[in-house]
Design a protein. Structure first.
Length: 432
């Protein structure tokens, strides 16, 4: 199938008061502590503890200050409950909510520590990630690697059953794997889990676990300040613009990106805080077909590093990768990957530049994919050409950019009127 030619293949002891928060703040335990809680095989299943400092307000010291106590908190009940839910999901009898996915990410981050204290937890976490990658292969109809890595090979009978369920997933009717995808993304709307299946283009990094993926997928909050991220955003936006000019028949900034460009002529480093903004910058790009979209996205990935070098930005800035993805609600109605997400990094700062494809049909623009109408639901997924043409000119750091002729009207009805909320009303009154 055409998709497989351009995408990398898929590989791949205290009271029970543990909480999600405890696991999310799991510290790096000392070697001595890790050794102290290990046990011989067969003696215990999960012995994960973290130290706690307890302020004894009602038991003050002699000088009147609050007393301090030390204890260990048992994480085993939380981890055991998490593993049961993960295995239920893979067996087709459960769904995963936001708190589950947060613990999953924490387990992946701390897998080395947990391997010595709660052996099955990181194994189940990795097995669940293999399950997600198998969902991707079902979606794109590309071959799944049959066996997981030896370090994550199923151990317990339930893990073995879950592994068999994974291997049969793509052989089942489409509604089976689609139901698992929906269950994976319970309460996902408005989060980076809205589009969980990412396929790397070319030599882009392939995410090896859920934590690696989440680091790229979630909106990035920088500790370097907005100026540093703003410089990175300028480089990402302008290199994307130059490459699109070489290959795309028509393209334009959309959503919150368009809104901010109309006012400021640049993009703000906190753009993802705007309503509906999934990315630091977003383009809509016209193509003739799914195969043309695939060719265009591969060209983008090949040329972005070249353009970055030509602009003199190469060095500490690096295009980490480009990934094809789609929203879950579109996947389950038959859509192929209609979104492109490209990651530009510098030190610990990253920006995400995105594109979405549509086709030109006579006097209208149509989102590809059955049921794919968001964020054009006001127009039933079919955008009238008079909203776009003739093109107006916007400025982006002094560079000319084609913008829709009726940008304000377009934004007024974008994604169900998301920009007409009270906090955005003034932006749509008199764009500058």
């Amino acid at each position: 199938m055409a998709w497989s030619l351009a995408l990398l293949g898929l590989a791949s002891h205290v009271s029970d008061n543990s909480t999600c928060k405890d696991l999310l703040t799991l510290p790096h335990l000392s070697e001595e502590h890790v050794e102290s809680v290990q046990c011989l095989p067969g003696e215990c299943d999960c012995q994960a503890f973290v130290p706690e400092v307890v302020w004894k307000v009602l038991q003050p010291e002699d000088d009147g200050s609050a007393g301090i106590g030390h204890r260990s908190r048992n994480l085993a009940p939380t981890l055991n409950r998490w593993m049961e839910r993960a295995l239920d999901f893979m067996m087709g009898t459960g769904k995963l909510d936001a708190s589950f996915r947060a613990i999953w990410e924490a387990i992946a981050v701390h897998s080395t520590i947990l391997a010595a204290t709660c052996t099955e937890a990181p194994q189940v976490a990795q097995q669940l990630w293999e399950f997600v990658r198998t969902l991707t292969s079902c979606w794109l109809d590309i071959e799944t690697v049959e066996n997981v890595d030896s370090t994550t090979k199923a151990q317990s009978p339930r893990m073995q059953q879950a592994e068999q369920a994974r291997l049969q997933l793509c052989k089942s009717p489409a509604h089976v794997w689609q139901a698992r995808l929906v269950a994976l993304n319970s309460d996902h709307r408005g989060t980076f889990w809205q589009s969980p299946l990412w396929m790397p283009l070319g030599s882009s990094d392939m995410h090896t676990d859920v934590a690696a993926w989440a680091a790229d997928a979630r909106p990035h909050r920088t500790t370097f300040g907005y100026h540093h991220k703003g410089m990175l955003l300028k480089a990402g936006f302008t290199t994307f613009l130059v490459v699109l000019r070489e290959v795309a028949m028509e393209f334009w900034p959309a959503g919150a990106t368009l809104l901010v460009l109309l006012w400021y002529g640049t993009l703000q480093a906190n753009l993802t805080s705007y309503p509906g903004a999934e990315c630091d910058a977003e383009w809509y790009v016209a193509v003739g077909s799914d195969s043309e979209w695939l060719d265009l996205t591969n060209f983008l990935w090949q040329q972005l590093p070249v353009q970055l070098k030509e602009q003199g930005q190469e060095g500490s800035m690096l295009w980490k990768g480009c990934y094809l993805t789609e929203d879950v609600e579109h996947i389950v109605t038959g859509s192929m990957p209609g979104k492109l997400k490209c990651i530009l990094v510098q030190d610990d700062v990253r920006v995400q530049i995105c594109a979405r494809r549509y086709i030109v049909a006579e006097d209208r623009r149509v989102l590809l994919g059955e049921g794919a109408i968001r964020p054009w639901q006001h127009w039933d997924g079919t955008l009238p050409s008079e909203l776009l043409l003739p093109w107006a000119t916007c400025a982006a750091w002094g560079m000319a950019v084609n913008c829709p002729a009726q940008s304000v009207e377009l934004l007024r009805n974008w994604d169900g009127g998301i920009f007409t909320r009270q906090e955005c009303g003034d932006f749509l009154t008199v764009p500058g």
